[in-house]
Structures are given as C-alpha cells and as structure tokens.
Design a binder for this molecule. Sequence first.
Ligand SMILES: N[C@@H](CCC(=O)N[C@@H](CS)C(=O)NCC(=O)O)C(=O)O
Length: 213
Amino acid sequence: MIVYGSSLSPYVRKVLAFAAEKGIEVESRPLGLGAKDPEFIEASPFGKIPGFRDGDFAISDSSAIITYLDALHPEPNLIPTDPKARARTIWYDEFADTILISCGAKMFFNRVVCPRFLGREGDLAAADAAEANELPPILDYLEGVIPASGFLVEDRLTLADLAIACPFVNFGHLDLALDAARWPKLLAYAEGILARDSVRRYADKESAFLRAA
Ligand SMILES: N[C@@H](CCC(=O)N[C@@H](CS)C(=O)NCC(=O)O)C(=O)O
C-alpha cells in the first residue's frame, strides 16, 4: 500500500499515524504539492495530498483512505462502534479537517511552504491574522472538551485524537507560542498524543527535513 504526499501535510500525517496505530505497513512516498506523477494523479485527480494506492485500487482524501484501512483492518478499533461515540469521533475528524487545519494552513502555507518550497513570498498578513483572530477561539473550544483521560472519545485512543493532534505538529514546526495559561489541558493533551511513536516517527523526520531544507 502506498500513501502519496509529504507528511508535512497534517492530512497525510493523520493517515500515516492511523496506519501505524493499526499495525498496517504502508510505503510513504513524500510527494510535494503540485506533483505530476501519473500514479499519484490517478489516485488524486485534483492533485491533493494524501493520495493512496493498494494494487489497482486508488483513492484520495484522508478520511476516505482511513475508512478503507479501517474496513480492511478493524482491529485495534480506532473508530468506535457505539453510535454516539462513533458520531463524536467523526465530528472531531471533520472539525480537524475543515476548521483546525484550514486555519493552521494559512500560517504553515504562507510562512513555510511558500518561501521554502515554492520560491515565493507568502501572504504573511493572512498568516498573522489567522494566528491572532482565527486560532484562539478554535483552541478555546478544544480546551473546553479535553477529558481528564487524555483521550477525546471513550477514554482511549481513537481517530479523533490523531485527527486533532496532528495539526499541532505543524504548530510546532511554526514555533507558535501557544499560551499554556489559556490552554493548559489542550497543550498537555496534544503533547501526550504527539509523543506516541505513530506520530513522532513522522514529526521527527519532518523536523530534520525542515532543518536541512
Ligand atoms: N479533504 C482532503 C484535503 C487534502 C488537502 O487539501 N491537502 C492539501 C495539503 S495540506 C493539498 O493537497 N493542497 C494542494 C491543493 O489544494 O492544490 C483530505 O482530507 O485529504
């Protein structure tokens, strides 16, 4: 099985971490944005990462890929079967994909991807506005829902935790000074999930790559 796309993308990182937690071996092909590899384009017709291939089956979108991996390997269970817990897990995945990451992307794309990989200046005003205005209410929401167990759903690791914590790797790459007095539970929670080998193995490689790039 092949996962196309650099794990600097939180969508790609989420898929890779999900596979690792499941014990599924995947080959990571760290393509960057705009890659034209025909096998990748067949998997991801709009060129978005991650793309995915398992033999002649090719698909894109992190949540679609995760749905496939989960159906192939139901254990360990990372998407609860209880109706409410399952819906809550999908909410956090969706919240991460559409609200948390789209805010984070304004910072990561404009401050890191544009200058370092696309050879052009990013929109730094948009990045600053996202950090100052958009991010704090999102983090306030998360601070209010972090349970004492350190896991968002069913007091055990689920897809929800991987989805919510993965964008915090990008916040680390950005050296964001997140306020530990305002978001103490959230920051401790994220640190706990990011310490898992499934995420850390990719985050560490990314840090080394960014240092060398
Ligand atoms: N909903 C998609 C979003 C994927 C996505 O937007 N990936 C970004 C990288 S973080 C991308 O490929 N952007 C390039 C583009 O939009 O052309 C998923 O969950 O996989």
